[in-house]
Design a binder for this molecule. Structure first.
Ligand code: R1P
Ligand code: URA
Length: 289
């Protein structure tokens, strides 16, 4: 893996950039990221997608856990960016990506998730909207003493929608590429932990989360399908951006939280490539004028 040239000294504490105007975490300057971005969590997924699907690949940029591959898909310049895990990493991508790209942007996330419905592992999901689930440490503070009438252990946000045009493109491209696989469409929940805030029971910790999944299901009338860790931040920032950012998010269902099944690696890798192709199809079609 190639490291980007070390960033120069940062100026501007409010939004640090070096003398080339390269951003502090992504490590790229204007022109080094496409306005059409496919983002994934896993750097190996990003490398595989680049190798299988992109042509005219430019020099790889890697900095602070972000890896950026830019090349052409069917003649259109796109970037495939791996960001690692969690909402802070998505926050860096969207904000610093916004800074180095001129004009409208499109960002599609292609990740993995758990399903809280009994949907077979190896199915796909598209998030029309997303909610955020955050652990609230004040619940455990001696002031509240685990009294739920004073403070809840987990905050569940209201939903934020993705971009309808991009989501509709993604639905069509998933349908034509995944002919014999189910795609569930609905609400995603992005959590601030893979463990407690996704309702996983860990005997080593006092998590108070036994009712969490049921609470989410009840609150949103059984429309929440999936749990992962980034989509909410993408949709929230895309809708708060002053310049247009069209955002959509799709995932491979890796874990079935009802039956405890977990997808095998070979199938996952196959779905990563097939689904990545569907995402790139949508990404190059979306109108950014
Ligand atoms: C947890 O295992 C990670 O997998 C999911 C979650 O959102 C979290 O990032 O997505 P990725 O497969 O894209 O990383
Ligand atoms: N990623 C998650 O965040 N949760 C799961 O259950 C599987 C993948």
């Amino acid at each position: 893996m190639t490291e980007v040239k070390k960033l120069g000294d940062a100026k501007n504490a409010n939004f640090p950039v070096d003398e080339r105007n390269a951003v502090y975490h992504l490590g790229v300057a204007k022109g080094e990221l496409s306005q059409r971005i496919l983002t994934v969590g896993d750097s190996e997924r990003a490398s595989r997608l680049t190798k299988e699907l992109l042509e005219e690949v430019e020099e790889e940029k890697a900095h602070r856990g972000f890896v950026i591959h830019t090349g052409k898909y069917k003649g259109v310049r796109v970037s495939i960016v791996s960001i690692g895990m969690g909402t802070p990493m998505m926050d860096f991508l969207v904000r610093e990506g916004r800074f180095v790209v001129d004009g409208p942007m499109a960002i599609i996330r292609y990740g993995t998730c758990g399903s809280i419905k009994d949907v077979e592992v190896g199915s796909l999901a598209i998030a029309e909207s997303s909610i955020l689930i955050r652990r609230n440490p004040d619940f455990w503070h001696s002031d509240n003493n685990k009294d739920q009438t004073k403070c809840k252990p987990y905050d569940i946000s209201k939903p934020v929608a993705g971009d309808k045009e991009l989501i509709d493109l993604l639905k069509n491209d998933f349908e034509s590429i995944f002919k014999d696989r189910k795609t569930v469409v609905g609400i995603n929940a992005s959590a601030d932990s893979f463990y407690s805030s996704q309702g996983r029971i860990d005997p080593e910790f006092d998590d108070f989360n036994e009712q969490l999944i049921e609470n989410i299901i009840d609150l949103y009338e059984n429309k929440v399908n999936t749990l992962e860790m980034e989509t909410f931040q993408l949709y929230h920032l895309a809708t708060r951006s002053k310049q247009p950012i069209k955002a959509a998010s799709s995932t491979i269902i890796l874990a079935n939280r009802v039956t405890q099944a977990f997808l095998d690696n070979n199938t996952k890798v196959k779905l990563e490539i097939e689904g990545g192709r569907a995402c790139l199809e949508s990404l190059i079609k979306v109108n950014l004028n």
